[in-house]
Design a protein around this ligand. Structure first.
Ligand code: HEM
Ligand code: NAG
Ligand code: NAG
Length: 326
């Protein structure tokens, strides 16, 4: 057998192995997925997001966090947007929805209406993809990196409050706990540190970090000046109060999140641990120094997050109303 035919044989054998064991889900997503059915879908969504952003900045953190929660519970399939109905308590009503702000839901519902107003696009674009596009858009609108978003997700067919149990990271988590919950979705420690920078914007209720500021002694890894400020603002964990998670640039998607960690200004245990733990500190330091390196890692991690548990074929459909099953 000649060298060339040997190479061809190995090549066709490996192709056949690939067809027997396809890389799950991720392989089906692609950029410009709607190019033939709804070519303007990305600009339609972007215009709605822009308008909503001009009305309220909360659009940014609310949409970003909604996407994260959606992907971590049953995959990126818009199951988090389903409203509870007829005795079924949906994902969004689990206590761990951690008070998802209504503006994220509203953004998706408005963008869906705008897409469906174009006859060719009607009922052709999934709610899961609209959420992925809107998330990309809010990041860019608040000063973060802009990236090409992969599309082709279907909407999921179930949403239960019970499915949320244990799926979302808690603010009290240490590095091992964070790593293992992200690893369960194929995300590395580096991805986890990059995605945590989402806390460069948005708000938290005091109950989420009360253990750090009202303990005796207070958490030794928190900045002394910052503790005093937080204690004053929280007024004994008043549930109506929400605190900026990035005290320095709360409305900018930037790498100040990592600079804050270097000064003990991380709000949650799960934020500050990224600097305290020797295993993750070098990454925090590198990204505090280089916003380019951070942005590159963030885009990689967001793209991987967007591939988690994607539904295709019989496992999903395109919802007519993002808040209800067809
Ligand atoms: C690393 C583990 C994480 C933990 C423990 C965590 C936990 C939390 C908690 C407790 C809050 C405050 C909720 C409240 O009191 O209302 C919050 C807010 C937020 N989280 Fe995370 N989160 C994590 C990762 C992420 C990721 C990966 C993203 C997105 C990519 C994200 C995006 C957000 C945003 C944008 C907010 C602000 C929400 C708003 O202002 O409405 N978080 N997170
Ligand atoms: C989140 O869950 C709480 C109950 O745990 C519920 O009162 C609240 O309405 C839910 N938030 C959203 C946006 O659905
Ligand atoms: C605490 O935070 C302030 C800024 O709020 C900063 O100037 C100071 O260096 C920080 N302290 C430590 C020990 O990092």
């Amino acid at each position: 057998m000649g060298k060339l035919s040997y190479i061809l044989l190995v090549w066709s054998l490996s192709l056949c192995l690939l067809c027997l064991f396809p890389i799950p889900s991720s392989a089906q997503l692609k950029q410009n997925y709607y190019a033939n059915v709804c070519p303007n879908v990305e600009s339609i969504v972007r215009n709605v997001v822009k308008t909503k952003f001009q009305q309220t900045f909360v659009t940014v953190p609310a949409t970003l966090r909604l996407f994260f929660h959606d992907c971590f519970v049953q995959g990126c399939d818009a199951s988090v947007i389903i409203a509870s109905a007829g005795g079924n308590t949906a994902e969004k009503d689990h206590p761990d929805n951690l008070s998802l702000a209504g503006d994220g839901f509203d953004t998706v519902i408005k963008a869906k209406a705008a897409v469906d107003a174009v006859p060719a696009c009607k009922n052709k674009v999934s709610c899961a993809d609209i959420l992925a596009m809107a998330t990309r858009d809010v990041i860019a609108l608040s000063g973060g990196p802009s990236y090409a978003v992969e599309l082709g997700r279907l909407d999921g067919l179930s949403s239960t409050s019970a499915s949320v149990n244990g799926k979302l990271p808690q603010p009290t988590f240490n590095l091992n706990q964070l790593n293992s919950i992200f690893a369960a979705h194929g995300l590395t420690q580096t991805d986890m540190i990059a995605l945590s920078a989402a806390h460069t914007l948005g708000f938290s209720h005091c109950s989420k970090f009360a253990n750090r500021i009202y303990g005796n002694p207070v958490d030794p890894t928190i900045n002394k000046t910052y503790v005093g400020q937080l204690q004053a603002m929280c007024e004994d964990v008043d549930p109506r109060i929400a605190i900026n998670m990035d005290p320095i640039t709360p409305r900018k998607f930037d790498n100040v999140y990592y600079k804050n960690l270097q000064q003990g200004l991380g709000l949650f245990t799960s934020d500050q641990i990224l600097f305290t733990d020797q295993r993750s500190r070098p990454t925090v330091n590198a990204w505090a120094t280089s916003s380019t390196a951070f942005e590159k890692a963030f885009v990689t991690a967001m793209t991987k997050l967007g591939r988690v548990g994607v539904k295709t074929g019989k496992n999903g459909n395109i919802r007519r109303d993002c808040g209800a099953f067809n």
